[in-house]
Every structure is written in structure tokens, then in C-alpha cells.
Design a protein around this ligand. Structure first.
Ligand code: NAD
Length: 483
């Protein structure tokens, strides 16, 4: 908690930490025992509009800063976060529940967005070309889209922020950030780091709040706001897209997933089990990229399930900060209930429990790593984002069936496949209807790669060369060459 002193538990608007209107605040809980970790200022609609005022006031000046200067601020923040990596990891572990080891992984991953976009800041360029008919020249100029509004989820408190804030700073946009009310502390610490790295007042404004719906509506009705980037659930994403219609803000939507994890008969099964552990158990299964459905060829399904159940059954569940713990608590009581309901329904539909299936007695919101086999394809657990440590396994007979079932979902974020067949790999890359396909790996997230989905998983990309484009508009300049 060293990173978030009493002062940094307020709103951060126009470079100043301050209380919320009326002195309102809310409690942030430790999911390992339900105790209060801290109280944080609870922004009102008026506070949010003031945050937008602050962002708008400095937008033009910020857009004129040298790209190198913006890049250096990001690079400076990257260095500071590295220096404080252990503190960031502990803070994230406390407010979100993940183990400290996992939280260190997120610090490293999340911070890489700052390094990547510090490098991208100086590579924003337009083009110069001759019109096809000759004569005139066609030029393009890239400009920052303007003031942005970011809404982030609780599952990756640092990384979901840095992959929006990094490219926005690099592109020359100002911003208002509303972190998840369940995990606002990491973002407060991040604002402090950016300030120390030299980010000018008003460029980043932070408004923790329990009134997400009201705030977003008020901000999006304001024609000064030009862009919204949201990471969270698909139902909320749809509300925001509808809300964007009146002012036609540019939108980036990183929404839910229902990732298939395919294991073919030619796969290296031990490697597939390793990959499955990562794809399923990263963040206790509370990741939009989490493997949600295991589809395994019928000839190898029994062996794969046994090996996976053996690994899952040996994991130690406990407080994320304790030594020897592999799996921390889920984020809240509701999450445990929802996961358990999915497991119970799957068993009712004919699935067999191989390991887990229970939640240890409280306090805290724990759920035992669970493996189910013979899961009915129509079971709710196959269409619903589980967001917990449960691996439902069902079988397929051939590649055609595997791909058809993998694609039989409204979602299209991450997908995984284990095979040693190169021709099949190419077919899968082209036929899986997903924004991301991992072949023989359970970990696809990489700041240098374009992260994002299709269908109900949203649109827009974060990271990679694509990530900064979300924050840039293109102006085309027609230039007759004979003048
Ligand atoms: P959520 O949609 O409930 O909340 C996300 C954020 O939206 C929070 O900050 C919340 O306060 C805010 N919010 C809620 N209602 C709102 C409204 N009406 N208007 C504006 N903001 C509102 O999601 P969550 O439970 O925090 O996160 C889990 C979801 O996020 C999962 O579906 C997961 O798949 C998704 N997710 C997606 C990605 C991705 O990159 N695609 C990454 C992480 C999480």
C-alpha cells in the first residue's frame, strides 16, 4: 500500500489530487477476506465534467509537444514502474487477489506498453504520393483524435490502463480515466508515477467512481469528448456504443470472450497440458483470453483430461500474498456463485467432475480448480464466459467438427490450438473466427502484437503498430503539383 498514500486516494484532476464533490468516498475490499483495504474518492457527474474540462483545456498545447518529449515521459514512467515493480505487484495482489508472482507478471506485461508506445511516439507519420493520373500530390497528416475517456475492468488493474494511456500519450491525446470500482488503487499509483515522469497537468485525469453509468452518459453527451476506449463486458460495451451515436465519438471496444482450446490427435499432449494451464489458470481464469471450452480429439481426450486434472488438483488455493499459493481468490462473492452455478448446471446436463467443484469455506471468495469431462456442447458453461478456474472438456471427431464448434459462439477474441501439422495450422489461422489465434501456446498477449476481437468481442486493437492508430485521425491534403 506504500504506493497509494492518503493523498493519492482522491480524484486527480488538472494535476491536483482532491476530494470528490461532497467528500463522497467508497471502500476497496481485499477479496481474500472481504476486509476494507482503503477508501477512495467517489467522483460525481460534476467531478467528471471538471475532469473533461481539464483535459480539453490542455489538448491543443499537448498535441503540439514534440513526439520525442511525449515518448520520453512514457519511457520515464516505464523506468519508475520497474523500480517500484514489487510495490505495484503487492498492491495489485491485494486489491485484485492474484498471487504476487502473477501480479509481477502483469507489472512486466503492462509496463511494456509504456516502453512500446514510447518508441511509437516518434514513428507517427503521414505519406506523400502522386495521384494515379499524375499531376496532383496526395498527402496525409496524422493528428491526435482529441480528449479521450477510458473505462477499465478490474481483472488487470495495471495493464488494461497502460494499453490505453500509453498510445494516447504517444499520439498527443488528453484523457479522463475511470478505473474499475473494485480495483482503483493501482491506477491511482499509476497517475502518481506519470506525474513524477513529467506528464503535464491535465493530460491525464483520474476519476474513480461507483457511478459508472451516470458518468459515462454525461461525458459522452459532451461534444468535446472525441474518443471512448472501453475494456469490459459485452453488455456494457453495447450500451456505450449506442451512447456514442449522438456525438459520434470514435470507439474502441475490448469485450468479453469465449475462447476455444483445441487439442488435435497429433498434438504434443504434455505441451498441450502446459499450455492449457496457462490459458486457463492465468489470473485464476479471470481473463477475457481465458480458455473457456476445451475441445479435444476423442482419441486423446481421456489422457489429456487425466493429465490436466492431475495438474489442476495439485494447485494450492489461498491468499495471493502467501508463499506457496498458486491460485488466489476470485474478485467477489457473486463471482464464486456464478462459477459454481455453471459447474452445477454442467453436471446436471451430464458432465462428470474429475477434480474441484467446490468453494472452500470463507472468509474470502475462493474456488477450487475444477475439471469437467463429457460436457454437453449445449451446456451453459460452453456459451457463457466462466471467469473462474474451471476447465470444461468435450470431444470432437475431426477437424471440420472442431472448427465448426469453436466458431459456434457470438464471441471472437482469443482461440488456441495444439497440433504438429503445418497445413492444419494454416487452415486454422484462416478459419477460426477470432481476432487472435495461439498455435501451440497458451499465452498470446504481447504488447508488440495487435490485441482485440471480432463479433461480440468488440473492435479496435490495442498494442502493436495498430494500437496507436486508435488515437489518430487522418487529414488528407490535395496538392496540385502544377501550381
Ligand atoms: P464490466 O463491464 O462490468 O465493467 C467494466 C468497467 O465498466 C468498469 O470500470 C465498470 O465500472 C464500468 N461500467 C459498468 N457499467 C457501465 C456503464 N453503464 N457505463 C459505463 N461504464 C460502465 O466488466 P468487468 O466485470 O469489470 O470486467 C470483466 C469483463 O471484461 C469480462 O467480460 C472480460 O472478458 C472483459 N475483459 C475484456 C478484455 C479485452 O481486452 N477484450 C480484457 C479484460 C477484460
Amino acid at each position: 500500500m506504500d504506493l497509494v498514500g492518503p493523498q493519492q486516494r482522491g480524484l486527480f484532476i488538472g494535476g491536483t489530487w482532491r476530494e470528490a464533490e461532497g467528500g463522497e468516498d467508497f471502500a476497496v475490499l481485499d477479496p481474500a477476506d472481504g476486509s476494507v483495504l482503503a477508501r477512495v474518492a467517489d467522483a460525481s457527474v460534476n467531478d467528471a465534467i471538471e475532469a473533461l474540462d481539464a483535459a480539453v483545456a490542455v489538448q491543443e498545447e499537448w498535441a503540439r509537444t514534440a513526439p520525442r518529449a511525449r515518448g520520453e515521459i512514457l519511457r520515464g514512467a516505464f523506468e519508475l514502474i520497474n523500480e517500484r515493480a514489487d510495490d505495484f505487484a503487492e498492491l495489485m495482489s491485494l486489491e485484485m487477489g492474484k498471487t504476487v508472482a502473477e501480479a509481477k507478471g502483469e507489472v512486466s506485461y503492462g509496463n511494456e506498453f509504456f516502453r512500446w508506445f514510447s518508441e511509437e511516439a516518434v514513428r507517427i507519420h503521414g505519406r506523400w504520393m502522386q495521384a494515379p493520373a499524375g499531376g496532383s500530390r496526395l498527402l496525409t497528416v496524422k493528428k491526435p483524435v482529441g480528449p479521450c475517456f477510458f473505462i477499465t475492468p478490474w481483472n488487470f488493474p495495471l495493464a488494461m490502463g497502460t494499453r490505453k494511456i500509453g498510445p494516447a500519450i504517444a499520439a498527443g491525446c488528453t484523457m479522463v480515466v475511470k478505473p474499475a470500482e473494485l480495483t482503483p488503487l493501482t491506477m491511482l499509483a499509476l497517475a502518481q508515477v506519470l506525474t513524477e515522469a513529467g506528464l503535464p497537468e491535465g493530460v491525464l485525469n483520474l476519476i474513480p467512481s461507483t457511478r459508472a453509468a451516470e458518468l459515462s452518459k454525461a461525458l459522452m453527451e459532451d461534444d468535446r469528448l472525441r474518443k471512448v476506449s472501453f475494456t469490459g463486458s459485452t453488455p456494457v460495451g453495447k450500451i456505450l456504443v449506442r451512447q456514442s451515436a449522438d456525438q459520434l465519438q470514435r470507439m474502441s471496444m475490448e469485450l468479453g470472450g469465449n475462447a476455444p482450446f483445441l487439442v488435435f490427435e497429433d498434438a504434443d499432449l504434455d505441451a498441450a497440458v502446459e499450455g492449457a494451464m496457462v490459458a486457463k489458470m492465468r489470473n485464476m481464469g479471470e481473463a477475457c483470453t481465458a480458455a473457456n471450452r476445451f475441445l479435444v480429439h476423442q482419441d486423446v481426450a481421456r489422457e489429456f483430461a487425466q493429465k490436466l486434472a492431475d495438474r489442476m488438483g495439485r494447485l494450492t488455493v489461498g491468499r495471493g500474498q502467501d508463499d506457496g499459493v498458486d491460485v488466489g481468490p476470485l474478485i467477489e462473492e457473486k463471482a464464486v456463485e456464478s462459477v459454481h452455478q455453471l459447474v452445477t448446471d454442467a453436471i446436471h446436463d451430464g458432465a462428470t467432475l474429475v477434480t474441484g467443484g467446490t468453494s472452500p469455506d470463507g472468509p474470502g471468495f475462493f474456488y477450487q480448480p475444477t475439471v469437467l469431462v463429457d460436457v454437453h456442447p449445449e451446456s451453459e458453461i460452453n456459451s457463457h464466459e466462466i471467469f473462474g478456474p474451471v476447465a470444461p472438456i468435450s470431444t470432437f471427431a475431426d477437424e471440420e467438427e472442431a472448427v465448426r464448434r469453436a466458431n459456434a459462439t457470438e464471441y471472437g477474441l482469443a482461440s488456441y490450438a495444439y497440433t504438429r501439422d503445418l497445413a492444419r495450422t494454416i487452415r486454422l489461422a484462416e478459419s477460426l473466427a477470432y481476432g487472435m489465434v495461439g498455435i501451440n501456446t497458451g499465452l498470446i498477449s504481447n504488447p508488440a502484437a495487435p490485441f482485440g476481437g471480432v463479433k461480440s468481442s468488440g473492435f479496435g486493437r490495442e498494442g502493436g503498430f495498430e494500437g496507436i492508430e486508435e488515437y489518430l485521425d487522418t487529414t488528407y491534403v490535395a496538392l496540385p503539383a502544377d501550381h
